[in-house]
Design a protein around this ligand. Structure first.
Ligand code: CUA
Length: 322
């Protein structure tokens, strides 16, 4: 990434961002589920098929340019056109089509899922709500966790414009459309931290709309969800005084805000601003001071004008939300 001097917070922030991005896997060709493996297989077979056709075409071009020129019979020309122009493409494309169609039934998942997670695309961030078997809902943001080997049903929607939910190593992408719920089932078969992204252009900071997908053993996941459901602890005085509670909820302390991301256990997440910054005090301070410099068109207002003591108190509070 190119670096310029004197560009304020933006350049260091972008530098940190690439560091944050390096830790999580984002390749569809390094699958961590059967669905993603099918997509990767389809990609490699189609690529190999395309490469063979390309090599044959290049061979014909080389022969046409460099080969000895001699007249051919009309019968040969007819057969050549019939074979190369009709039979060959029909057979090859039909074979690839049948191969692709045979993968489709694998994408169909009957039966009830093990877990439901509702994810809503917002103006450059992700609202995430876990639905327990008893109907209990646990809200968080910008990170999804999945228990390994269990089927998770994502209920995908959007608040404003069309976004698209995609965790490349775990499966295909699916649009998030305002006013409707699309359903995507994923079953991860290895633990790890993967990077999910928005795959539909949704505005100025579309490319800065990412999230972390953490796959862990079912026991670790259950422990994490139980801790996530617990209320937050801390002194929210400065946070409330600055008006942050009008947009952000912190369960157990600040209940009114639901416009922005839930911050209940913010400090337990590993990234800030939807996968844009690492979860550090310095990055959080920069975000609070001037979000627009890091993420253009984000709805979060700037708090750079707050007295320093107030800002530090807010940072203390937020960094303590473990
Ligand atoms: Cu949300 Cu692109």
């Amino acid at each position: 990434m190119a670096r310029r001097r004197g560009a304020g917070w933006r350049m260091p922030a972008l530098g940190l961002m690439t560091l944050a991005a390096c830790k999580a896997e984002q390749s569809a060709l390094h699958p961590a589920s059967q669905d993603a493996r099918d997509v990767a297989t389809l990609f490699w077979v189609m690529t190999a098929g395309g490469a063979v056709i390309w090599l044959i075409m290049m061979g014909i071009v080389v022969y046409a340019v460099l080969g000895r020129r001699r007249p051919v019979s009309e019968r040969f020309a007819d057969r050549f056109i019939l074979t190369g122009g009709v039979i060959f493409p029909t057979v090859v494309l039909a074979a690839l089509l049948v191969f692709g169609l045979r993968l489709l039934p694998g994408a169909w998942h009957p039966g009830a899922p093990d877990l439901r997670i509702h994810v809503t695309g917002e103006q450059f961030w992700w609202r995430v709500v876990y639905e327990g078997p008893d109907g209990a809902r646990v809200e968080t943001a910008n990170q999804v966790r999945l228990p390994k080997g269990q089927e998770v049903e994502f209920h995908l929607s959007a608040q404003d414009v069309i976004h698209s939910f995609w965790i490349p190593p775990l499966g295909g992408k699916l649009d998030m459309i305002p006013g409707r719920t699309n359903i995507l089932r994923l079953t991860a078969d290895r633990t790890g931290t993967f990077r999910g992204i928005c795959a539909e252009f949704c505005g100025m900071s579309h490319a800065l709309m990412a999230f972390e997908a953490v796959v862990e053993e079912p026991d670790a996941f259950a422990a994490w969800l139980a801790a996530e459901a617990a209320p937050a602890r801390g002194d929210a005085t400065a946070f409330t005084r600055a008006g942050c509670g009008a947009c952000h909820g912190v369960r157990g302390l600040v209940e009114e805000g639901a416009v922005g991301p839930d911050l209940t256990h913010l400090a337990r997440r590993t990234t800030l601003a939807a996968g844009t910054l690492p979860m550090t005090r310095a990055a959080l301070a920069a975000w609070l001071a001037n979000p627009a410099a890091i993420k253009p068109d984000a709805r979060m207002p700037a708090y750079g004008d707050l007295p320093e003591a107030e800002r530090e108190a807010i940072l203390d509070f937020l960094m303590g939300l473990k």
